[in-house]
Ligand binder design. Structure first.
Ligand code: HEM
Length: 125
């Protein structure tokens, strides 16, 4: 592709930008989970297994994440358990509209102001 990369250079792939690239995604900032689905055929149009380079949360190629099968199973279980067992509330002086959504630049992108979410046990669950 014509780039010269000196020996020992550390190269980081900007997956944040790739995931928001309007050339790859229709309305990239809109929450549209169905964009991944080939719903009529009950399969994925775009998946995360390293074959579709516009969506590479686990990387791609020989050094992609070795924990994909575990992460794929555990993530749904943990998230499902947390949502099933608890009602989640924001700190009393924060609302979804006033929440600080600034992010911190880094290799992983975190919220600048940490999110304080308060779990309330769902009685009888
Ligand atoms: C949602 C959860 C996870 C995400 C998004 C994630 C993402 C990633 C990414 C982006 C890489 C770098 C891939 C590359 O360089 O192309 C990586 C590497 C790696 N991940 Fe994960 N990971 C997750 C969970 C896990 C889990 C649960 C394990 C193990 C139990 C794991 C083990 C590894 C290992 C060993 C590597 C290094 C692979 C290598 O360099 O050959 N990951 N992961």
């Amino acid at each position: 592709m014509g780039y010269f990369i000196p020996k020992d250079t550390q190269v980081f792939v900007n997956t944040w930008a790739i995931g928001r690239d309007p050339d790859a995604w229709d309305e990239p900032l809109v929450f549209k989970p169905e964009r991944f689905c080939d719903c009529d055929n009950k399969s994925y149009k775009t998946d995360y297994k390293g074959q579709h380079y516009e969506f590479i949360p686990f990387g791609a190629g020989r050094r992609m994440c070795a924990g994909v099968p575990l992460a794929h199973r555990i993530l749904h279980l943990v998230l499902g358990s947390l949502l099933h067992r608890f009602d989640w509330e924001l700190d009393s002086n924060v609302t979804p509209l006033t929440m600080d959504m600034k992010d911190n630049l880094g290799i992983t992108m975190r919220k600048f102001e940490p999110l304080l979410a308060v779990p309330k046990l769902v009685v009888g669950s």
